[in-house]
Design a protein around this ligand. Sequence first.
Ligand code: NAD
Length: 489
Amino acid sequence: MSSESPSTMITHNFIAGKFTDDHNKTMEVLSPLNGQVISNVVLSNRQQLDEAVKAAKNAQVSWSDFTLKERVQVFFRFRSLLEKNIDELTDMVVLENGKIDSEARAEVMKGIELCEFACSLPQLINDEIQEVSKGVECRTTHVPVGVVASITPFNFPHMVPLWTIPNAIALGNCMILKPSEQTPLSAARIGELLTEAGLPDGVLSIINGDKEIVEAICDHPDIDAVSFVGSTRVAKIVYQRATFNLKRCIALGGAKNHLIVLPDAHVEMAATNIAASMSGCAGQRCMAASAMVAVGKVDHIIEELCREVKKIKPGDNLGSVISASAKERIERYIDEAEAAGAKVLVDGRKVIIPGREGGFYVGATIIDYVTPDMNIAKEEVFGPVLAIMRTDDLDEAIRIENSSNYGNASSVFTQNGSMADYVMERVSSGMVGVNIGVPVPREPFSFGGWNESKFGVADITGKSSIHFWTKLKKRTTKWNPEAWTNWMS
Ligand code: NAD
């Protein structure tokens, strides 16, 4: 980065431990809080990617030579640096993403938890060893994949890079990170802090840019694996292009998360959890409740939910959405649904915050009597909007959930355990919950959806990610004279 005034400040690439002096085309980075320019991000080209990959390839030889126990020491120190700099890192997320302070702080704390998981990898990876025939041993070892890339979205500019960096790097890979061009500041700071924590130059490089550089990553012959988190439209492009080029790929896409609410649900618990899920991070998280399927007589819960949602005030306990075009898109979904006959119970359209007139705010919105054929019921809105669909039949509610192209998360609200099990068994989502608005698995459990919310095998975090970031080597050894052994070959 550089220290000029925000309108001239440039977010540079970070290659081999240093910010580079690029003279590329740049793109303005706006703070969604007020629409002001906070930086200009470099849009990199293939030559700069080549430099980063070359640095990664060189660094990988010695980095993978350290033991896992030695490599995680960097993440113990990095974890302390995250704690020490938590206020600054929180402010950075607020500035570039528009979250409220408590959400941004929680994001940084989640980053700390992700580092803790990486620090525990030496305790988790138990390579297997067994005498498979008399005098013959088989043993597995986890070997790094090599040079890997991680492409990340705008909505968690600090946390999503830390979904991949600690595990991939602790497991011996070198990484090229391509953060969202809309929120490049937190990633740049992560690069600096990792260097301060003792990460050798070249193990992590950060290349900024847009579509062009993502395509170059997918095509680069010396990148062995690509992880992607973002919209389903781009996840498909990245997954197809990276695997066409014979790379290992995991690509997480968008979401349309359903909450199935039964009449016996605990009213206050349902209302507060649903309100927090649909409005937290301004609805810009892939775990946000986006559709509620109300089964039978649940008006008392919807009334309590509306009371809760009316307490959510943009600019106070509700952050901004990322851009003017996001605000327009979200409000268009509400307009269209209303025009098609849905009923707006709480209206968050046309919000203007005094003193922040240039900010991109949408108030929390509840829209009832949505039908499954409406766009707002089928597509990812990615804003603080909850569409309520009604049915008297639980199986119909499950069919609505199952008909979604996505499959990230879903939850059921009930006090009846067997009903909860019935729903959890039948919904088509990778992450399911009971009486929880955001059923996000915490470490050491892994994160990943189904259907068009994730392409590729393994999950992106937790134990499952070990399979993605390593290759298994299977060794068979025989030291004893033939007479002592019993080997089938
Ligand atoms: P996005 O798909 O627009 O961008 C993600 C990344 O892809 C960015 O780095 C961007 O530069 C790059 N990109 C954008 N267009 C591209 C193109 N045409 N070709 C190649 N690369 C391109 O996503 P976003 O708007 O930054 O993030 C929001 C989306 O991310 C939502 O759909 C959300 O659900 C999803 N998301 C999913 C998860 C998950 O775990 N499934 C987590 C976070 C966010």
